[in-house]
Design a protein around this ligand. Structure first.
Ligand code: GRF
Length: 216
C-alpha cells in the first residue's frame, strides 16, 4: 500500500517534527512527510525540514487580514500536497472550527499533558503546582475546542517530589518523540479508527496500545 501522505504544522523548534522525519527515513515506515508548514518564519523546524529535503512553507499569520484567509492559505497548501493526515506538532495558533471540521478525523495534535487535564499552556508547572502524581503527553484527533478530541495515545510519567517544570519537560519530551511516530504508524496501518467519539483499535497485537509507558 502507498505511504500515508503527511503534512506537519509547527511554530517552533520542531523536535517532534524531527522524530517524524527520522521515523519516515526507515524504508518500512508507512508514512512520508510531503510538506512542513510554519506560521513563524524563524521556526527552527523549517531548517530541519529543509535539511531533510522536505518542502518547508512559511504561512505567516501576521501577513493575513484575518484568521479565515490565513487558514484558507493553509488549507490550499495542504490540498496542493495531497495531504492525507495533518500532524500538529507545536503549532501555536488557534484554528477556527471551519478549518478543523474540513480536516476532521484527518488531523492530530500532540499535547504535553494527560488530557483532558491541563489543556492550554504551562501544563507542567500547573501539574506540579496542583500536586498531581502523574503527568504525561497525549496525541488526539483535533476538534474545534482547544486540546480536545478523541484520544489516540497517552504516555504517563510519575512526578517526583523535587520536580521542576524543566525536569518534567525533560522527562516528557523524549516520550513525545517516541509516541508521535508510533501514533502515525497506527493510523497509517489502519489500526485506529473513531467510533462513538472515541478511538478504537482494530487488533490486539499492539500490547499496551494507547499507553506507551516506561512504567509498563
Ligand atoms: C511539545 O511539547 C508539544 O507537545 C507541544 O509543543 C511542544 C513542541 O515542541 N504541543 P517541538 O516544537 O516539537 O520541539
Amino acid at each position: 500500500m502507498a505511504n500515508l501522505r503527511l503534512a506537519v504544522m509547527i511554530s517552533g523548534s520542531g523536535t517532534n517534527l524531527q522524530a517524524l522525519i527520522d521515523a519516515c527515513r526507515h524504508p518500512e515506515y508507512p508514512a512520508e512527510i510531503h510538506v512542513v508548514i510554519s506560521n513563524r518564519p524563524d521556526a527552527m523546524g523549517l531548517k530541519r525540514a529543509q535539511k531533510a529535503g522536505i518542502d518547508a512553507v512559511v504561512i505567516d499569520h501576521t501577513k493575513f487580514e484575518d484568521r479565515e484567509t490565513f487558514e484558507e492559505a493553509i488549507h490550499t497548501c495542504l490540498k496542493d500536497h495531497r495531504t492525507q493526515l495533518v500532524c500538529l506538532a507545536g503549532f501555536m495558533r488557534i484554528l477556527n472550527a471551519d478549518f478543523v471540521n474540513r480536516w476532521r478525523d484527518r488531523m492530530i495534535n500532540i499535547h504535553p499533558s494527560l488530557l483532558p487535564s491541563y489543556k492550554g499552556l504551562h501544563t507542567h508547572a500547573r501539574a506540579i503546582e496542583d500536586g498531581v502524581r502523574f503527568a504525561g503527553c497525549t496525541i488526539h484527533y483535533v476538534r474545534p475546542e482547544m486540546d480536545n478530541g478523541p484520544i489516540l495515545m497517552q504516555t504517563a510519567v510519575p512526578i517526583s517530589a523535587d520536580e521542576t517544570e524543566e525536569s518534567l519537560a525533560a522527562k516528557i519530551l523524549p516520550l513525545e518523540h517516541q509516541m508521535y511516530p508510533a501514533a502515525v504508524r497506527m493510523i497509517a496501518d489502519g489500526k485506529a479508527r473513531i467510533s462513538g467519539g472515541k478511538v478504537v483499535y482494530s487488533d490486539t497485537d499492539l500490547g499496551d496500545k494507547g499507553l506507551i509507558s516506561p512504567l509498563l
